[in-house]
Design a protein around this ligand. Structure first.
Ligand code: NAP
Length: 331
């Protein structure tokens, strides 16, 4: 796997130092004319040959087989489409697109070309997530599921001063549901599938949800996703059943140690992720991307793509119940 990275911001700066340890080569980086110096600095620091200020040029010219999309949400589809059209596989940062229509378009394009398209969402690749699925029957009939991913964002300070960064910009498909809420939905839908009804109640400032609560009706049980970028809280994921409950004191992107509490007071703890440092949280997804390519089959990738499509559909339905609309919704 030889990557061309698009973006020079927070996530790209976190991923770059990890690539050589993962056995993944980075052949090129593309930024914008604004960030030309950053492109050069990152390329120099990590020994990357190709340097571009236009991702289309990188896709056309660089010696790469896979494009990693690390730009603001509203640009994901444009970069992904350009890469797929040029025959490159794509690792797209979460969320895959601004809405379900766009997600479906890129997924269909990848499948029609037989290319890999992965949504880089750590939760579903983590061993603890698989462990949760295995442990679920032990809590009996599920009654209530609650996930709280609230993290005060330093970008919220800037937002309040009127400096609107992409993560808080409706024009760039930002907001708490698209960012942190996406992990909550992957967690809940990955464990329980499609709900029968969904509703989003958001705190909206300057046209964007800075925090909010999604309620998901599963008929015989109920789930709630809390995501906030304007206030903090203890992080947790709790699945309550009539025989006991599963508890994680982390956000779902980390999907950390799991404690199974039974009604008789007994407790067991499980932790199969195999790391403690936060920077390792993405290792499992990259290992899985590599393994998919080495297997020569797109089957596993397309299974997860279906999961991403389901999440995108429910996320879009939820968001529209709150009245928050993005430019992509008007097309
Ligand atoms: N998986 C995770 O854990 C995780 C964590 C954080 C973020 N993310 C995702 O990663 C994405 C980026 O987030 P971030 O926090 O890294 O944002 P960020 O710090 O704002 O960085 C965005 C980058 O995109 C670049 N960019 C904008 N337009 C571009 C274009 N046309 N061509 C090339 N580069 C362009 C920007 O360059 P300029 O400075 O020149 O505009 C900047 O370097 C988001 O979709 C977010 O959801 C994922």
């Amino acid at each position: 796997m030889k990557l061309g990275l698009v973006g020079t911001g927070w996530i790209v700066q976190r991923q770059l130092p990890q690539m050589s340890r993962r056995g993944i080569e980075v052949g090129a980086i593309a930024g914008t004319p604004r960030s030309a110096e950053k492109v050069d600095a990152l390329a120099n620091e990590y020994g990357v040959e190709g340097r571009y200020t236009d991702y289309n040029e990188m896709i056309a010219e660089a010696d790469i087989d896979t494009v990693y999309v690390g730009v603001p949400n509203a640009l994901h589809v444009a970069v992904t489409t350009a890469a797929l059209e040029a025959g490159k596989n794509v690792i797209c940062e979460k969320p895959m697109a601004s809405n379900y229509r766009e997600s479906k378009e890129v997924a269909d394009l990848a499948r029609s070309k037989g290319l890999y398209l992965w949504e880089a969402v750590s939760t579903i690749y983590l061993p603890n997530f698989a462990k949760l699925k295995e442990l679920l029957p032990r809590v009996g009939d599920v009654k209530v599921v609650s996930v709280n991913f609230s993290q005060y964002s330093s970008r919220y300070d800037a937002f309040q001063r009127g400096e609107i960064q992409p993560a808080f910009d409706p024009a760039k498909a930002g907001g708490a549901l698209m960012d942190l809420g996406l992990y909550n939905l992957h967690y809940i839908l990955g464990l329980f599938g499609e709900p029968s009804a969904v509703r989003y109640q958001a705190n909206v400032e300057r046209g964007i949800d800075t925090s909010g609560i999604v309620t998901l009706d599963y008929d015989n049980f109920k789930a709630v996703s809390i995501a906030a970028k304007d206030c903090g809280a203890p992080l947790f994921c709790i699945i309550q059943g009539n025989k006991g409950y599963l508890r994680q004191d982390t956000s779902p992107n980390v999907c950390g140690p799991i404690t199974l509490h039974m009604n008789d007071g007994s407790e067991e703890t499980f932790d199969e992720n195999g790391f403690t440092e936060f920077e390792r949280v993405w290792d499992h997804e990259f290992a899985s991307f590599k393994a998919d390519v080495e297997s020569g089959s797109t089957e596993h990738c397309y299974q997860l793509l279906e999961q991403s499509l389901l999440v995108s559909r429910i996320q879009t339905d939820a968001r529209l119940t709150s009245g928050i609309r993005f430019p992509a919704d008007e097309q």
